[in-house]
Design a protein around this ligand. Sequence first.
Ligand SMILES: Cc1cc2nc3c(=O)[nH]c(=O)nc-3n(C[C@H](O)[C@H](O)[C@H](O)COP(=O)(O)O)c2cc1C
Length: 389
Amino acid sequence: MNGVFGPARLGPVRLRNRIIKAATFEGRTPRGVVTDELIEFHRAVAAGGAAMTTVAYCAVAPEGRTERRQIVMGPDVVPGLRRLTDAVHREGAAASAQLGHAGPVSDSSSTGNAALAPSWRLNPMSMRITRAATEDDLRRIVRVHADAAWTAVESGFDAVELHFGHNYLISSFLSPRFNRRRDEWNGSTEKRARLARDVARAVRERVGDRIAVLAKFGMDDGVRGGLRPEESLTVARLLQADGALDALELTCGSSLGNPMYLFRGDVPVREFAGAFRQPLRAGIRLFGRAVLHEYLYEDAYLLPEARKFRAALTMPLVLLGGVTSRRVMDHAMVEGFDFVAMGRALLMEPDLPNRLRTEPMARSACTHCNKCMPTIYTGTRCVLAAHTS
Ligand SMILES: Cc1cc2nc3c(=O)[nH]c(=O)nc-3n(C[C@H](O)[C@H](O)[C@H](O)COP(=O)(O)O)c2cc1C
């Protein structure tokens, strides 16, 4: 394998290097449609040297949005997305669409649609009860993922990334904690994995080899009773055996139960509280630190877990989490990862890949203060970087 800056194949797609911009919901679609600001966000990432940028978040159904200001995939959004993918391609990069169904993470008070989950539960953000998905819902969920992937093809995307993490709908089916069903969708790892596998196969069937299909896959929810690495590795093996996916991007954490587990670093309680209205604001101020646990940040913090997946699987894997320097990238390649994905570092500095190519000793100035996280409500940006809009 050549180095991180060598060309690579991702399924049917050729990429100029092995650096992927990880999905970071951009907060630039106030009416759920593509804006010039969204296009410029991704054009800048493409111009900055990454091989592929990921547009997030593209919901597969109206109730699959986390909140109302998000794109729902369908014919209406094709012209805007086509402008976006054209702009990315002009800069020599590829574009991926993160397709997801938020399931229990959806704020139904914002979307106006009841949130779906494996089993009913209270969503603490919306203070509403989620609805347990019926067989009809699940058939529809599989179909709309395939439809959304086709919309991505029509919009000029080179890849789609299926959201199988963070206790969004598919990941909550995988979780023994959130999946309390007493039917064919629970009771064993295979049954909990059925929705993920059905979705991956349906998407592949629909798109063929026109585009690459990745999944962002949770190794460990980080919540008691949730999906743990041993079981998630079994699911990953099933996905690999199905052959529908070109790569897994390894993630962790639960947007519902333990959001900071994915991010590590500081917990910006004050900034989070400021993003919400009362009484939620006061609640976050009072209980934020107790609910949002703080985890020590270190570069490549998911590597110890991801390494086990690398050892057990043969399919291409993307290393995510604290990829901030050429040293970490080179190390990921040596460890056998096929790609690296970067989130916060590219929010701060979209042209970091270009800089790392010419200055191998350089590193991201991201301090993992995580103050970018609450900016998703007002236009996602690094609060420390002067150049981000
Ligand atoms: C502001 C912000 C928004 C994010 N939005 C998404 C998202 O929409 N979908 C997703 O799968 N991950 C999302 N993430 C997680 C990132 O994709 C990535 O997994 C995480 O930041 C860890 O990678 P990093 O250390 O390179 O930042 C988001 C992260 C940040 C900081």
